[in-house]
Design a protein around this ligand. Structure first.
Ligand code: TRP
Length: 457
């Protein structure tokens, strides 16, 4: 390894990288977003399409991003600049860096809510026989409090900064190794409780029995958007994480593990949520508040529920934290690589920017405020950011990354990077077909459709 790599940092081990990348992928997208998007799109039919997209689009794009990163040992802007100097491609990296900062700002708001719910659960803020109406009310009041929302955002971004400041292996990897296994155990325990609730079968039927009559082109858009978001693709997070991977590691099997873990956690989160919903007669298409409105009811019904509730929201906070870390790391890597900023300075300056940028989103749930319903577009700031960045920008980014690797950098170069130390590239032919044809065509088709219909959520 050359000196430059050592200065930038590197993963301590392959397993450490897989956990850190899975930590980036596994987050609110799996536990908060996946269940309600599935609920809104008719259940199991959506889940099947989602699987197909993870395997046929997500995995190939992840391999593309990781190989770009490892080849160049650079942030997204630097990676494109190195492989295609004096072209517009570095601008694609820049779009990724800015998108990451933007996602961090509103994701931090929702992550702040999970932190707040943890504190609420610890302080016994949920009464023992709460109805769905009551818990919805509690949630609505909770997110409407402006000072609290901004304060929680601040705390959360600060936590993210503390971990990222610790560096690649000493901060990000070390925390992922502690936090990810804990998250998994707690999720399993909660799921066990949920599937043994009364009327759980109705929820499992809704979740696991496909109803293809509910599938429209819109469903495809939602499934693709969810896959890209959940796997942290389309903005260079995986380029950045790939830049710290050792040349000895097998990128393809690592990417497959990350996709597998991410999907597994999303599926288990669905198993946890839907039986709980049906046992309480709560409509499955509940929207973004779903996790916050229903889970407190579930906790109240189990022995030691307060403990579980507090534990769950703590670990949801943790899952969100390992994701926000990756969002902050991208812009930090960019400033450290390209502008020679000190890591420390980059971390705190960008944390401050993300915090300031997140304030309108934090205020967007307060019924009376300007940010709740922007003029002309008639939606709140958080929704606007989520649609523009979480949907459109990631889709565009994934499309451009696939095109770049397939046709500009070239699949032969990518193959060479992937197999360079005698690594075996399982599914090489399949990958080169998917990344050249299926990925660009499918992503472009869906992208044009959602642009025309403006119907992405
Ligand atoms: N994948 C994370 C989740 O599911 C969110 C996330 C982290 C992300 N880094 C990203 C999304 C980069 C898109 C791009 O919650």
């Amino acid at each position: 390894m050359n000196a430059r790599n050592t200065e930038r940092g590197a993963w301590g081990s392959r397993f450490g990288f897989i956990l850190a990348a899975a930590g980036s992928a596994i987050g609110l997208g799996n536990i908060w977003r996946f269940p309600y998007v599935t609920g809104n799109n008719g259940g199991a039919a959506f889940v099947i399409i989602y699987f197909a997209f993870v395997i046929l689009i997500g995995l190939p794009v992840m391999i593309a991003e990781l190989s770009l990163g490892r080849r160049t040992a650079r942030n997204p802007v630097g990676a494109f600049a190195q492989l295609a100097p004096r072209s517009f491609w570095p601008a694609v990296g820049m779009l990724g860096v800015l998108t990451g900062l933007g996602i961090l700002s509103y994701y931090g708001v929702i992550a702040g809510w999970t932190l707040g719910y943890f504190l609420k659960a610890v302080c016994g803020g949920f009464s023992a026989d709460m109805s769905y109406i009551q818990s919805s009310e509690i949630f609505a009041q909770f997110v409407a409090d402006p000072l609290q929302a901004v304060g929680l955002l601040f705390v959360f971004i600060a936590l993210t900064g503390i971990v990222v400041k610790g560096g690649v292996s000493g901060g990000i990897e070390r925390w992922a190794k502690i936090l990810m296994p804990l998250l998994f155990v707690l999720l399993l325990l909660l799921t066990l409780r949920s599937v043994t609730l009364e009327n759980a079968a109705a929820g499992l039927t809704f979740y696991l029995k496909p109803d293809f009559s509910k599938v429209t082109v819109n469903t495809l858009g939602n499934a693709l958007g969810q896959a890209l978001f959940s796997l942290s693709l389309g903005m260079g997070a995986m380029i950045t994480y790939g830049s710290y991977i050792s040349k000895r590691d097998n990128l393809v099997t690592s990417a497959a593990y990350v996709c597998l873990f991410d999907t597994l956690i999303a599926v288990i989160a669905g198993l946890m949520i839907f039986p709980a919903l049906f046992s309480q007669n709560i409509p499955p298409a509940g929207g973004p508040g779903l996790v916050f409105e229903t889970l407190p009811i579930l906790f109240n019904q189990m022995p030691g529920g307060m403990l579980f509730g507090a534990g769950f929201f703590l670990l949801l906070t943790v899952a969100a934290l390992t994701s926000t870390i990756s969002l902050l790391e991208v812009v930090v890597a960019y400033l450290v690589d390209e502008w020679k900023w000190k890591r420390n300075t980059a971390v705190w300056m960008m944390a401050l920017v993300a915090f300031a940028l997140g304030i309108p989103s934090a205020l967007s749930q307060n019924g009376s405020a300007f940010f709740t319903r922007l003029p002309i577009i008639h939606m709140g700031f958080l929704d606007l950011f989520n649609i523009l960045l979480g949907n459109y920008s990631l889709t565009l980014g994934a499309l451009l990354i696939a095109l770049f690797v397939a046709f500009r950098w070239g699949i032969h170069q990518a193959n060479q990077e992937i197999t360079q130390m005698g690594q075996i590239f399982y599914g090489k032919t399949a990958w080169s077909i998917l990344i050249r044809f299926l990925c660009p065509i499918a992503i472009l088709g869906i992208f044009v459709y959602i642009l025309l219909t403006r119907n992405y959520f």
